[in-house]
Design a protein around this ligand. Structure first.
Ligand code: ATP
Ligand code: MG
Length: 421
């Protein structure tokens, strides 16, 4: 036997086999419960206590790890002392043994209880690793982590999809993205990133849209061209996935997650090439149209067959992209998307950094440059060539874990029908 140690957690299963009690406890951030063993013949008082312990109770256990573990799950503690810290007052609304599945909504409504289930807990452990690794990667590349306002006067792309707020009698909005701010910062620091919430007021009803999400925004100055951005984004996503697979890939697989074990180099196809692929496979898309979810899904399967779940689509038509994107000839732009498994994960591009061109772009998109004065001013004082991307972190979690619905990747999702809890 080892030195005594302490375990705290919740009872996720109780089995009494003759005179031995096996209490499974989900502790720390573990993805398999630890089995607490109490033998009647060793300590009958303790046996009495634990054999009546209620499923879901919070416990503190003192005990020793045996030399030989009998439990199939691999972790075991022979208890010497057990304290029941709290007991459920009601029947548990979801089965914490995991045997009877609950409804999709109840896993969200009772998220705190669902977090005791290894399969759901694993999503949020993975999410935390993904967020950390995003930060690790970018700080190691000398990006400054910044925070920009979430209550704003103007939206990045107009104002149609913003939640409005009353700001001391003035109309303001919840920020849809840090786009304008991160670009303004390019006139003061060379590279920035932000991990923060964004808000979109559309009445979505899809499995990949939320009304409040978490985004990663990156902006890089002094770039040579858009390829610098594609490489950065490819290295970032590859790094994050690699670290995720290293730290918990086996556990994720044994819990049934369809992870991406090996991320190959991301193919880069132009919008024109993607359109050709689609139209020679039964689609009838006109040049300039955005790809709808059906087309995105098809492309996802097309690239999956080649063993590359992640791919870039570049040189989008300028008309389909926001004013701040740099034009590439009369019709195209330096905008790109990163799609993984047929779902858009990030949009980015080289920006227009020349004041007069940017001004003209605003006018061409039917926007009033006066509304953007605070932003435009930053382009007067030595704005370097720059570009970046916005990446949906909830979507990244979703696709890296192979989840079917973005709501599974978020603790308390906000959609049209969900404001509580
Ligand atoms: P989509 O076409 O899928 O609606 P978008 O092109 O409107 O997305 P962007 O403005 O490019 O979105 O935002 C950058 C990234 O943020 C997207 O690539 C996506 O990963 C994520 N994102 C955007 N909107 C949402 C949303 N409503 N819910 C969750 N993630 C989102
Ligand atoms: Mg986009």
């Amino acid at each position: 036997m080892s030195e005594p140690r302490q375990v705290t957690g919740w009872v996720s299963n109780v089995k009494i086999l003759g005179k031995i009690a096996f209490i499974e406890v989900i502790d720390d951030l573990s993805l398999t419960p630890i089995t607490i063993v109490v033998k009647k013949e060793t300590n009958s008082e303790l046996w009495e206590l634990v054999s009546k312990v209620k499923l879901g109770s919070a416990l503190k256990i003192e005990g020793k790890e045996p030399q030989q573990v009998v439990s199939k799950k691999g972790r075991e503690l022979h208890a010497e002392e057990v304290q029941i810290l709290a007991e459920p007052q009601d029947l548990l609304p979801i089965d914490v043994t995991g045997k009877t599945p609950a409804s999709f909504d109840d896993y969200i409504n009772y998220r705190y209880l669902a977090l005791r289930l290894p399969k759901i807990r694993a999503v949020f452990v993975a999410r935390s690793i993904i967020f950390q690794e995003v930060r690790n990667f970018l700080t190691s590349r000398d990006f400054l982590e910044v925070n920009t306002p979430k209550i704003v006067k103007a939206g990045a792309e107009g104002g149609a999809t913003l939640f409005s707020v009353d700001y001391f009698g003035e109309k303001a909005f919840l920020a849809q993205s840090p786009q304008l701010y991160k670009q303004m910062l390019m006139c003061g620091v060379p590279r920035v990133f932000e991990v923060g919430p964004f808000f979109r007021a559309e009445k979505f009803s899809t499995t990949r849209h939320l009304n409040e999400g978490w985004g990663l925004d990156v902006e890089m100055g002094f770039i040579n061209n858009v390829n610098d951005l594609l490489s950065l984004l490819e290295e970032l996503v590859t790094h994050v996935n690699k670290r995720l697979v290293e730290s918990m890939g086996d556990q994720l697989k044994s819990l049934g997650f369809n992870i991406i074990e090996d991320m190959k180099q991301f193919p880069r196809v132009t919008y024109d090439e993607a359109l050709k692929i689609l139209n020679s496979n039964g689609f009838d898309l006109k040049w300039g149209e955005d790809f709808d979810p059906k087309a995105e899904k098809f492309l996802g399967e097309y690239f999956q067959q080649q063993g590359t779940p992640a791919y870039f689509i570049t040189e989008y038509p300028w008309d389909s992209k926001p004013f701040y994107i740099m034009r590439n000839g009369p019709q195209k732009s330096y905008a790109f998307d990163l799609d993984i498994r047929g779902i858009e994960i990030a949009s980015g591009g080289q920006r227009e950094h020349r004041y007069s061109e940017l001004y003209r772009n605003l006018v061409d998109k039917g926007l009033d440059p006066n509304d953007f004065k605070f932003y435009l001013d930053a382009f007067k004082y030595g704005m370097p060539p720059h570009g970046g991307f916005g990446l949906g972190l909830d979507r990244l979690v979703m696709v890296l874990l192979g989840l079917q619905n973005i709501r599974e990747a978020v603790l308390f999702p906000r959609d049209r029908f969900r404001l509580v809890p």
